[in-house]
Design a protein around this ligand. Structure first.
Ligand SMILES: [Zn+2]
Length: 100
């Protein structure tokens, strides 16, 4: 879907933002969060993005046992923090121009 291609950078920034919080985030929570922001996303779309960010060294995953089930909690690495800061600069700059 072309719309998703356009929005992918925002989705990645949003993922990095929540993964940078002290508690990190996990896949099914992130899907609900994105839904709340108007981005419909299936696990089949989100998980490859998370795995890619992990493979690229922007996220690290920790397996946590919750109610007898393994949950993969994602947090940003130092590299992920740097990428998020960079994206925030572009988002701020772009918003200033296009929203005026
Ligand atoms: Zn959010």
């Amino acid at each position: 879907m072309y719309q998703r291609t356009l929005l992918m950078g925002f989705i990645r920034a949003h993922i990095l933002h929540h993964a940078s919080q002290p508690d990190g985030m996990y896949g099914s929570w992130m899907i609900e969060e994105l839904k709340g922001h108007g981005y419909g996303m299936s696990p089949g779309t989100l998980y490859p993005i998370l795995h890619r960010l992990e493979k690229d060294g922007a996220l690290k995953a920790e397996e946590v046992l919750v109610g007898g089930k393994i949950r993969k909690v994602y947090r940003t690495t130092e590299k992920g923090e740097e990428l998020l800061e960079m994206m925030k600069r572009y988002i701020r700059e772009l918003a200033r121009e296009v929203l005026d």
